[in-house]
Design a protein around this ligand. Structure first.
Ligand code: URA
Length: 186
């Protein structure tokens, strides 16, 4: 098993796919390594690519508000992406890029050992939950797999494009906060 620092070193020198040639900074997941709650999003955006830190751009700021609205702080959670490098012009990740990067995510899950995993958006939900996952129909539904409780919610970028999705997402985050409270009392 690797430490987070070792994984970070691997990610920072990764050249497993072509994104290593266009990225500025690889973006390793961040947060509380003892957290019961892990969020998995798609890929770093332009701001994250410049800073090497996940979820600091506009989507990250909205994410912090959604968390805050249900009483969870960023310090309590771990957040990461399927891809650790920014795809040019935010295009969808290619299958080969996802497969090259997924071992890093598997190690992050082994390291943090969350009880709850929340996919942010379609790309993460289709890679983690099921390839035919329909985020518009299935967001907020819980499934259990191995020892994990899993769900998916709209990606904050989708809410920035369509603010009408915010209220449904607020409800989904309340359900995540309930799940977190329940698993802390187990
Ligand atoms: N969008 C993502 O999916 N991940 C980030 O880190 C930032 C924006």
């Amino acid at each position: 098993m690797y430490t987070w620092e070792e994984l970070n070193t691997f990610v920072n020198s990764c050249s497993r796919c072509g994104l290593s040639r266009s990225r500025i900074c690889p973006v390793m997941g961040r947060g509380n390594l003892q957290s019961d709650l892990m969020f998995i999003a798609e890929a770093p955006g332009a701001e994250e690519d410049k800073a090497g830190i996940p979820f600091i751009g506009p989507a990250g700021q909205l994410f912090d508000q959604l968390l805050g609205d249900c009483g969870i702080s960023r310090e309590e959670i771990y957040i990461t992406n399927i891809l650790k490098c920014h795809p040019p012009r935010n295009r969808d990740p290619q299958d080969s890029e996802k497969e090259s990067c997924i071992p890093y995510l598997k190690y992050e899950i082994l390291l943090v050992r969350p009880k709850i995993i929340v996919c942010l958006g379609r790309v993460a939900a289709q890679r983690i939950l099921s390839s035919d996952y329909r985020i518009t129909r299935q967001h907020g539904q819980w499934i259990q797999r191995k020892n994990y409780d899993l769900t998916a919610v709209y990606h904050p970028s989708a809410i920035l494009r369509d603010p009408g999705k915010r209220e449904e997402t607020r409800q989904d985050f309340l359900s995540i906060a309930d799940k977190l409270r329940a698993c802390r009392h187990q």
